[in-house]
Design a protein around this ligand. Sequence first.
Ligand code: AMP
Ligand code: ZN
Length: 140
Amino acid sequence: MSDASCIFCRIGKGEIPSMKVFEDDATLAFLDINPLAEGHLLIIPKVHRERLEEMSPDEVAAVTRHLPRLGRAVMAATGAQAYNVLQNNGAAAQQSVGHVHFHIIPRREGDSLGYRWPAGSYPAGRGEELRKAVIAALGA
Ligand code: AMP
Ligand code: ZN
C-alpha cells in the first residue's frame, strides 16, 4: 500500500514533516515546498499510486472530493481570485514525484504564471478516427 522509498508515502505517514492543512484516512493536503504562488497546495492519496490511471474510481473519489473545499480555502486564505488544478502523469507531462498528487495553484490577474497552449485543429477525418479509437480503447 505504501512505498518506503517514496517521499509522498513518507509524508502521508508522518515520517517526513509537511506543512499539512488537511488530513483524513485516505488523503493528505499540504503546502508545496517550492510554491508557484503563495498557498500552492498538494493533495495526495495515502495509498501509493504512481499515476492517476492506476487508481480505482473510489480511490480517486476519496481524494478529489476535497478539491472544492480546498480550493475555496486557498482563495480565502490568500485573496487569490482563481486557481488551477493540475495533475501530472509521467515524465513527459512534468511529473517529478512518482506518487499521484493534485496541485491547487492560486492565480491572480496579471500574475506571471502560465503555460504554452499551442492549440491546433484536426485535418479532415482525423477527429473521427481518434473518436473511434478512444471509444474502442474504452471498451477494451
Ligand atoms: P510534479 O512536477 O507534478 O511531480 O510536482 C511535484 C511537486 O512536489 C513540486 O511542485 C515540488 O515542489 C513538490 N515537492 C517535492 N517534495 C516536496 C516536499 N517534501 N514537500 C512539499 N512539496 C514537495
Ligand atoms: Zn508513494
